[in-house]
Structures are given as structure tokens and as C-alpha cells.
Write a protein that binds this ligand. Sequence first.
Ligand SMILES: Nc1ncnc2c1ncn2[C@@H]1O[C@H](COP(=O)(O)OP(=O)(O)OP(=O)(O)O)[C@@H](O)[C@H]1O
Ligand SMILES: [Mg+2]
Length: 286
Amino acid sequence: MTLPNALLNVKELSVHFKLKGFDLSGHLGLSKRREEGVWALKSVSFSLGKIAAPEGAMLKGATLSIVGESGSGKTTLLRSLLGLVPPTGGDVELWGRSLRAMTDEERLAVRRRCGYVPQDPYSSLPPTLTVLGAVTEPWNVVRGGEREKGLAKAKELLAELKLPEELWGARVRYSLSGGQRQRVAVARALVLDPELLLCDEPTAMQDVSTRGEVLEVLNRRVAAGMSMILVTHDLLLARYASTRGAVLYKGEIVESGDTRELLERPTHTYTRALLAALPKLPPRGE
Ligand SMILES: Nc1ncnc2c1ncn2[C@@H]1O[C@H](COP(=O)(O)OP(=O)(O)OP(=O)(O)O)[C@@H](O)[C@H]1O
Ligand SMILES: [Mg+2]
């Protein structure tokens, strides 16, 4: 369904990749895959708009979870929304404007309204930067003249995300654990107060308690008006973090709707398989 006032409309988006690299033809059926390439997204459509609020109340942001197994197209989808992967078919509209129709400058301006937490902060964060350097970098690029304000904002975010202060001067690439690095990536994505946050498995490397803390930080922003797309392979996390979810399977949205419904009454075979794969604890006393 296309929402007229949506901040995001994804319309029959398809992405095809040609495969590059070594020619392994003849092995494991790879020659066929090489020839045909991969359809990472097939005619994906959805919309994201703010939640209607009673008069005078603050407009809460909308959150949508995209759930799917490895290779289902989740990262490709997020990167396409930012214009980092060109669509083979269909289109993405952000704040009512088609990404295809935008000039490079307009695309950059739209990208600055979006935050992005990449799936792999190790390779996506510049190797020489310190923690504070990584978080303030987007601020300094966009609002160069107010460095002190950016630094204060970065410190506030790192404290909120419970990153120990003794690490703030450390190099992100070499001195941090995976979970700490991921929290730096979240702070970096939030420093410019994005209107839309795209998160690719933002808590995959956190333990149970830090996962809750990161989600709380994100939810506070949503309550204050930020909208969010959360990519995860975990249906329970999707249920906890969002009211709406879509299940991506081999590049297609096979089911979407209320996350509680998806958990309680899955209709697609793949959603049922995802649910069956969730770890189950034995009943107490066993
Ligand atoms: N740059 C690329 N070139 C060729 N194929 C690609 C490229 N990027 C992704 N693919 C292919 O597209 C499909 C979807 O990949 P994608 O990274 O979007 O999956 P994902 O759902 O994010 O997986 P994961 O949960 O493992 O991160 C896969 O088959 C992958 O091999
Ligand atoms: Mg991915």
C-alpha cells in the first residue's frame, strides 16, 4: 500500500546483481548462478509513515522490522533506500521525492536526514579514527562550524549507550570489542538527529543486557519522532522493537503486518519455519 504522506514509499523495488570474481564454472552448480546473477530483491513494496497522534500530542515515529534469513536481501534493501545500490526496477520515494529523479546533491541532502547503522562496523568505520572521532565525524562534515557542540553531543550519546569513558580516545578498529564497536556505530548514526534511522542488525553483537540498553536508546528516539527500519533475523526482537514487521524471503516480502500477529499467527511457511527455529527453554523444574 502506498501512503500519500509517507516519509518512505518503496515501490516494486528490484535489485539484480551480476556476479564477479573467479570463474568456478563446472563446480557446485555455480556456473548457472554466474550466468544468471542474483535477484537480491524482487518487486518489494512497503510504506513507512508517522503514527497518527491525538491533537497536541507529540507525533511518534514509526518502526518497521524487516526479518529474514541470511542472504534474503535485508542489507541490499537498506542500501537501496540510501541510494547506495541502484535499483534494477521500481523506485524508492523519500519524503515524497523519487530517488531516481533526484540530482546527486538532492540525494546527498536526503541521505543526511537518514542515519545508517551498518551491519559490519569493523569494515565500515574508518580504521584510523578514535571513538570520539568516529562519532563526531558526520557532525563535522555537515556542520563544520560547531565542533564543540558536536563533541558534547557525541559524549552524551556514548554515555547514554554505556560505552566506558576510558575507551572514548581508543581506536575503534583495534581496541574495541564487537559489541562496543557496534554501539559506536549507533552513536555515529544518531549524532545528526536523523529523521529516519536504518539499522542493520544493530544488536547482533550485544549481550542480553546491552541489547536492551541499545533498544531503549533507539525507542526513546522513536518516541520523540524518529522513524526506524530495523533489520534482524530475530522475530522476537522484531516483536519487542516494533509494531509492524515484514518477512523477507529470497528477495520477496512474503508476509507483513502486526508483529504480534506474525508471531502468534504466521501464515507463510517460511515465517512458521523462522518461529520453529527460535530456541525454546525447557519448562521450570526440568
Ligand atoms: N555486491 C553484490 N554482488 C553480488 N551479489 C550480491 C552483492 N551483495 C549482495 N549480493 C547477493 O544478494 C543476496 C542478498 O544479500 P544481502 O547481503 O542483502 O543479504 P542479507 O539478508 O543482508 O544477509 P545476512 O543476514 O547474511 O546479512 C545474496 O544472495 C548475496 O549473495
Ligand atoms: Mg545483511
